[in-house]
Ligand binder design. Structure first.
Ligand SMILES: Nc1ccn([C@@H]2O[C@H](COP(=O)(O)OP(=O)(O)OP(=O)(O)O)[C@@H](O)[C@H]2O)c(=O)n1
Ligand SMILES: C[C@](O)(CO)[C@H](O)COP(=O)(O)O
Length: 233
């Protein structure tokens, strides 16, 4: 029985609407490098991945200019209309290469600040676990629930004691993740991360505490913050 291998999926088929820019955020540059290249190199250089699949937007014309496009370990496929569809497309594209019990780590292209120690810790903690799990960070702010009125006004303060912010990578066994994502999407569930699909299938993914500076570049202010964080590594 050969040891399960590690595969990486980096969804990069988004259009970055919340960045309010004329091109997708994964192709913004920090220190003259595409964010997508920073993310891929930090991951591929830090763990023994058997391969990597990057789902791209059908209209993506930047990929050929990336460093990653020259890396034979990295393949691409066409992403979908939602992040979960892009991940499922990448899983299907890997079908001929991956064994059912291999591990798949899914990490947002928009999270270039992933720390190598967090990646190693996630893999070490989950490699022998039957289900898998995700990097996450305990909520550190007081959380308010807004009412549905015109002004966002507080309807209640939410107990944050057991609340975590889901990060990535999220790490699950290939076959279980494919089946869970297919079921959740078929049921019309709002699948915003791999864990929610696994939970829909009745699994309880493990939360592995990760650094809160593993930020997802989402709005314009995140770009300078990511640049600062990376400069401190
Ligand atoms: N159809 C989609 C949507 C998102 N993503 C990827 O999933 C990650 C996290 O998604 P998000 O931050 O929402 O990126 P966008 O969808 O591009 O952002 P926005 O919602 O602002 O358009 C990103 O790396 C993005 O490229 C993807 O591969 N396919
Ligand atoms: C996967 C994720 O980064 C975990 O927090 C998040 O759900 C992505 O959400 P987005 O709206 O697709 O950015």
């Amino acid at each position: 029985m050969t040891a399960p291998r590690l595969w990486l999926i980096v969804p990069a088929a988004g259009i970055g609407q919340r960045m309010q820019a004329d091109h997708p955020k994964q192709y913004f540059r920090i220190d003259q490098r595409f964010i997508l290249d920073i993310t891929l190199s930090r991951l591929m250089d830090s763990a023994p991945f058997a391969g990597c699949m990057v789902p791209l937007h059908p209209a993506d014309h930047w990929w050929p200019d990336t460093e990653a496009s020259q890396d034979s370990r990295i393949q691409t496929c066409t992403g979908g209309s939602e992040r979960a569809c892009s991940v499922l497309s990448a899983l299907h594209a890997l079908a001929e290469q991956v064994r059912d019990d291999d591990w798949v780590l899914v990490h947002d292209a928009a999270r270039p600040c992933i720390h190598t120690r967090d990646l190693a810790n996630l893999i070490d903690r989950l490699y022998t676990h039957p289900v898998g799990g995700l990097l996450a960070s305990p909520v550190a702010d007081t959380l308010k629930k807004a009412d549905q009125g015109e002004l966002p006004e507080v309807s209640e303060t939410v107990d944050r004691g057991s609340l975590w912010r889901a990060l990535t990578p999220q790490m699950f066994r290939y076959r279980l993740l494919v089946e869970s994502l297919e079921s959740a999407l078929e049921a019309g569930l709002p699948v915003t991360d791999e864990s929610s699909a696994m939970e829909f299938s009745g699994n309880m993914p493990v939360l592995v505490e990760g650094r809160p500076d593993n930020i997802k570049i989402t709005v314009p202010a995140d770009l300078a913050l990511a640049g600062f964080i990376l400069s401190r590594f």
